[in-house]
Write a new protein. Structure first.
Length: 500
């Protein structure tokens, strides 16, 4: 099964590799700079800390370094390898769950497909969207098997993948008795693995938590009236069938989770094996959604991957256990879990249909909002690098793909820590006493005196056709025709990310 999942992931990557979103290229730019220049930053020569997933960058950087045996760095090839490896780890985790709960193998296959077919996952390949379900399944496996040290290592990998996955770690540790009773071992293992990076990031890079937290919180109004809580509705209005197929397994999981917790509270748990680890996985997804709602961040589609895939995974695993126990106990109804698993399979088939009915290979993802396709951005980026040389260019608001192909000093808050310093000051002025104290602690070693990089040119984006010197016309499946124009900085006030 592991080999089959890896082959399927390789095929998926071939389909999506030319449609990577702009934020995926931020990660790839970090990986390329790490492998080629030994620097932690979005653009060469400028240290930054705007990569949300340190583990994703470190793994991609290491794999990119290996590709240099050919003479050049190939981060996209490295991404393909990591996509395959992460999916293989996910499948391996399912084989362990299958063994622990004596699940039939089709349940494990369905568990992998719930992740690998999800339109939100496929629309954000390049970000940590496959590492997330992989590490969450590992957490679940080690909690089920009662291995606190392994759980601690998996917890460290989770918080290195995304720091906010600590929500899952805490909920699962509290729910799973074997981990809770030996929590000291788990904590020690987790600290040993994760602390070196976070201490390095805190002291050397100037913040333990990446700058993306304050960057994203500064983007009020970017999505209009839509928030993280209502974001699924926003996406539904644009891509009804795809969004239903993406969230339907999670909704099945949500219903199953409340049903299972209800059984526990009613003390009718005795017919089932210990499902506390699975309950922790589903509960972590619910808690994660609530935490993100409280943080007030925007409804970026990859932010829904963790709760959606976790609840989908919970649904498949819990229903699989119910099906197995129903076959052993005549008092349990077999039709109900079988029908629910069948419904999840139908949703997966629908998600697959969404993927395969598009032009192959993909020109853009199903869920997409960038100003230009990846190929158009690549063309602009290459020519931009030739035009500006060593000069600096103010980003139009989307920086990832341009930075990757330009290999020039393209500037915005993701690459210039002088701009981050201003954001931190603004957040401190608005924060309450607790938030302010935490923010000051996070930026304790940050150089507050760092200044903005000077700007030589500015790249401007406008909707509609464009032509002329230093102008590039582009196309986006989301927005249609637009154009970029390279201008001297003094001609006009820059467009900021918050105005996009």
């Amino acid at each position: 099964m592991v080999a089959g999942a890896a082959l399927l992931a390789a095929g998926v990557f071939v389909v999506v590799k030319d449609s990577l979103i702009d934020d995926a290229y931020i990660t790839l730019s970090y990986a390329k700079n790490l492998a080629v220049h030994g620097e932690w930053g979005l653009v060469p020569g400028m240290r930054a800390n705007s990569a949300t997933s340190p583990l994703n960058v470190l793994l991609l950087g290491a794999l990119t370094l290996m590709t240099r045996v050919s003479g050049s760095a190939h981060p996209v090839v490295a991404l393909g390898v990591l996509t395959v490896v992460a999916t293989a780890v996910l499948a391996w985790g399912w084989t362990r769950l299958t063994r622990a709960y004596r699940l039939p193998w089709p349940v494990a296959v369905l568990g992998v497909l719930v992740v690998l077919s999800n339109p939100f996952v496929l629309s954000a390949i390049g970000l940590e969207v496959l590492l997330i379900p992989a590490v969450l399944v590992l957490l679940t496996v080690f909690a089920v098997e009662g291995r606190p040290v392994a759980f601690g290592v998996a917890a460290a990998l989770a918080v290195l993948t995304r720091l906010d996955l600590v929500v899952f770690v805490l909920v699962m540790a509290l729910c799973a008795g074997p981990i809770r009773r030996r929590i000291g071992r788990a904590v020690l293992a987790g600290v040993v693995v994760a602390a070196p990076w976070y201490v390095f990031s805190w002291v050397v890079l100037g913040s333990a938590v990446p700058d993306t937290l304050v960057i994203k919180q500064d983007q009020d109004g970017l999505f209009g009236r839509w928030t993280y809580a209502t974001g699924p509705v926003m996406y539904y209005l644009g891509q009804k069938f795809a969004v239903v197929m993406a969230f339907a397994p999670a909704l099945v999981g949500l219903v199953a989770w409340f049903g299972l917790v209800g059984l526990r509270l009613a003390r009718r748990w005795t017919r089932f094996p210990d499902l506390s680890a699975l309950v922790g996985l589903g509960g972590g997804a619910i808690a994660y959604y609530l935490v993100y709602t409280a943080l007030g961040v925007g409804p970026y589609h990859w932010y829904y991957v963790a709760p959606a895939t976790a609840l989908g995974t919970f649904a498949v695993a819990a229903l699989g256990v119910w099906l197995v126990k129903a076959g052993q106990d005549a008092r349990l109804v077999e039709r109900t879990p079988l029908a629910a698993l069948g419904a999840v399979a139908v949703f997966v088939a629908g998600a697959v249909a969404v993927a395969v009915t598009r032009d192959m290979p993909w020109r853009s993802p199903v869920i997409f909002g960038n100003w230009a396709s990846a190929s158009d951005y690549a063309h602009v980026g290459r020519e931009l690098g030739e035009r500006v040389g060593e000069d600096t260019v103010l980003s139009p608001g989307e920086i990832g793909t341009l930075a990757y192909y330009c290999e020039c000093r393209i500037i915005d808050v993701f690459s210039d820590r002088g701009r981050v310093a201003e954001l931190v000051e603004d957040r401190l002025a608005e924060a309450g006493p607790v938030s302010s104290a935490l923010l000051r602690l996070n930026y304790l070693f940050f150089d507050e005196d760092i200044e903005r990089a000077p700007i030589d040119h500015r790249l401007r984006y406008e909707r509609g056709p464009g032509s002329g010197e230093n102008t590039w016309q582009v196309f986006s499946d989301a927005l249609g025709v637009g154009h970029f124009t390279l201008l001297p900085e003094e001609e006009r006030e820059p467009v900021t990310t918050a105005q996009r």
